[in-house]
Ligand binder design. Structure first.
Ligand SMILES: [Zn+2]
Length: 167
């Protein structure tokens, strides 16, 4: 026995039927393209989902490329940092060797200054010696001249004696 109260309503035109079968027959006769429409809607939905999936895939790919680029940049930065460190080390070595050169030159200069001071001391010592010798020479010359005078004087006296004796 069929339930008299139950009715089946057509979604499109609102007509009511006693059975599911009746509604289906009506749909097939009155609205033959209904199922096609539903199928089309479903396909559109599937297309949209597929589009979304492809967008997400694209985003994922973009992100992966970005990560790759960042990795490359990081690598480049690392290389740059290492190169800079090497350059810094080289500069430091150069600076150290320049400092050593300066130290060597300064100690050479100090040695030369010491030698110069020694030479100056020698020169003034020699000059003092020369002065002393000159003074001694002068004094000797004086003595010689005094001796000469004395000799001349004595020789005159001797002559005088001779003359006295001869007379
Ligand atoms: Zn209908």
């Amino acid at each position: 026995m069929a339930d008299d109260d139950q009715t089946f309503t057509c979604d499109i035109c609102g007509e009511e039927f006693d059975s599911q079968k009746g509604l289906h027959i009506h749909e097939g006769e009155a609205h033959p393209d209904k199922q096609v429409q539903e199928l089309k809607k479903l396909l559109e939905k599937v297309d949209k989902e597929a589009e979304k999936v492809s967008e997400i895939k694209q985003e994922k790919q973009d992100l992966e490329e970005k990560v790759d680029r960042l990795r490359d940049e990081k690598k480049n930065l690392k290389n740059t940092v290492e190169n800079l460190k090497a350059t810094k080390d080289k500069l430091k070595d150069k600076l150290d060797s320049k400092k050593d050169e300066i130290d060597d030159l300064e100690s050479e200069l100090d040695d030369e200054k010491e030698e110069e001071a020694e030479l100056e001391a020698k020169v003034s010592s020699q000059q003092r010696k020369i002065q002393k010798l000159k003074e001694e020479r002068d004094s000797l010359e004086n003595s010689l001249s005094e001796t000469d005078d004395l000799l001349t004087k004595l020789s005159h006296q001797v002559d005088q004696f001779d003359e006295d004796i001869d007379e």
